[in-house]
Design a protein around this ligand. Structure first.
Ligand SMILES: [Zn+2]
Length: 466
């Protein structure tokens, strides 16, 4: 999700041994709770414009739709030595089986005459679905990939969805690219998690931290799938905008074990018997104090969130990695800040177009845990502009060199002459919900993943969702 980076592969961990009886025995669940959670998820209003839907006839493991390529004008497939002929179905065209060459790029494009996969013209200008057997034996890369090894394999199936709107290109200038499409991976949520966990956590993190993260990430993913706007063809981004997801290539023995051993377990909250899943936010390092979604993200999503002070709990190391608990200072000139604020503001904060220079930046509000949740920017005329904490971080980091980016908005800006000094920085990421370094610290203290995840979301219950 937030502020994750690519990491080297970990050493081999013990093999997945099926569903853990420990997980099952201590989880509070019943048919009533399961039904309430799933129905709750389906009818969750949340102002998202999605009307009530009938309950599912059978409770099956959910499929999530992850957008792995966006508005691409081409893509490349790479079949492994295990691949059998792939089944491709073009809407309005025929379902056919294609024999793909092994370990070589096979281009995919959408022409006015329909889909083209390698030398095969499949017809149809609607969706194209591709199913590989065995799953994961055909990988996908964007058109710019240089080597077949750069392609990523995904479990489940791939759906290519045209995104250009007919006739809109002329009206909207270059906004729509002819023949553009998204590639969307349809995958069982527990298979999806195998490719999320190792991209989100360091390989040295403890197995119990991986399991706690699995439960939070599963809850987040199912919530996203249940609340996706009607008519949208995907639920999740494959990067920090949702959760990091690298497909089969990102899986490790530890990530697979955590996904399997917690399969079906989600977090829910609400009155007994009426618990509902929620948008289970998490981030890398809280720096000692968390904030609510309202405080951090300006989002009034319901959930068991509180501003909490946890001291220096997550000031820990894992192997050669260290939590970004203390950092800074980061010094930026006031002129450069004014430039970034205006540039970022164009699409995100229109009032900044009236900004005339920057006189000072200061904390305007701090939450009960001691974390700044609102900042004020004052321009040279004395006009004040208020920003939420993540807004400030995004605005300061806009077009900033990587080394000068604020890792979090848990920082105190001090104006000094021509510069603003962002001092006393703590943590990495937005600090809402679960803290990945806190769960690692708790796992090292011997806490089990259920206790860890309940502590991260006070008042939440663990539910077997399917
Ligand atoms: Zn923490």
């Amino acid at each position: 999700m937030d502020a994750a980076r690519r990491r080297p592969r970990p050493p081999r961990a013990r093999r997945a041994a099926g569903r853990s009886p420990v997980v099952m025995s201590s989880i509070r669940w019943s048919a009533g709770v399961v039904l309430a959670v799933l129905l709750g998820a389906f009818v969750f209003p949340l102002g998202c414009g999605q009307g009530p839907k009938p309950p599912p006839a059978a409770v099956a493991a959910p499929v999530v739709r992850v957008r792995v390529l966006t508005d691409a004008t081409g893509a490349k497939l790479v079949a492994s030595t295990l691949a059998k002929p792939v089944l491709v179905r073009a809407a309005g065209g025929q379902a056919v089986r294609l024999n793909l060459p092994v370990n070589a790029f096979v281009p995919v494009s959408l022409t006015p005459a329909g889909w083209q996969v390698g030398g095969a013209a499949l017809g149809g200008t609607g969706d194209l679905t591709l199913e590989a057997d065995p799953e994961g034996s055909v990988a996908l890369a964007d058109a710019s990939a240089a080597r077949p090894a750069d392609a990523r394999a995904y479990r489940g199936s791939l759906r290519f969805v045209p995104t250009a709107k007919p006739g809109s290109a002329a009206k909207a200038g270059a906004a729509d690219k002819a023949g553009a499409f998204d590639a969307v991976n349809h995958v069982l949520v527990d298979d999806y998690l195998k490719g999320v966990l190792a991209a989100e956590l360091y390989p040295e993190f403890a197995p119990e931290a991986y399991k706690a993260q699995a439960i939070a990430a599963r809850t987040y993913a199912i919530y996203a799938a249940r609340t996706a706007p009607d008519g949208r063809h995907w639920d999740l981004h494959s990067d920090t905008r949702s959760q990091m997801y690298g497909g089969v290539k990102s899986e490790t023995p530890k990530s697979v074990l955590a996904a399997v051993e917690t399969a079906g377990v989600v977090l829910a909250f609400g009155p007994a018997g009426e618990e509902r899943i929620f948008k289970a936010y998490y981030s890398s390092c809280c720096g000692g104090a968390t904030q609510t979604p309202q405080e951090g993200l300006g989002e009034s999503t319901p959930g068991p969130y509180a501003a909490r002070s946890v001291g220096r709990r997550c000031d820990v190391t894992a192997g050669r990695y260290k939590a970004k608990f203390d950092w800074g200072p980061v010094v930026v000139s006031r002129d450069e800040l004014a430039r970034r604020f205006k540039a970022w503001g164009r699409n995100n904060y229109p009032a900044f177009q009236k900004l005339v220079g920057v006189r000072k930046v200061e904390v305007a509000r701090t939450n009960a845990a001691g974390r700044p949740t609102q900042f004020a920017v004052e321009d040279t005329r004395g006009a004040r502009f208020l920003l939420g904490s993540e807004q400030l971080r995004l605005a300061v980091n806009y077009e900033a060199p990587e080394k000068d980016k604020l890792p979090s908005a848990f920082v105190t800006p001090v104006t000094e002459g021509p510069n603003v000094r962002f001092a006393d920085g703590h943590g990495f990421g937005h600090g809402v919900g679960l803290c990945q370094w806190c769960i690692e610290a708790e796992a090292r203290q011997g806490l089990g993943h259920e206790a860890i995840v309940r502590d991260a979301y006070p008042g939440a219950v663990l539910v077997k969702g399917y």
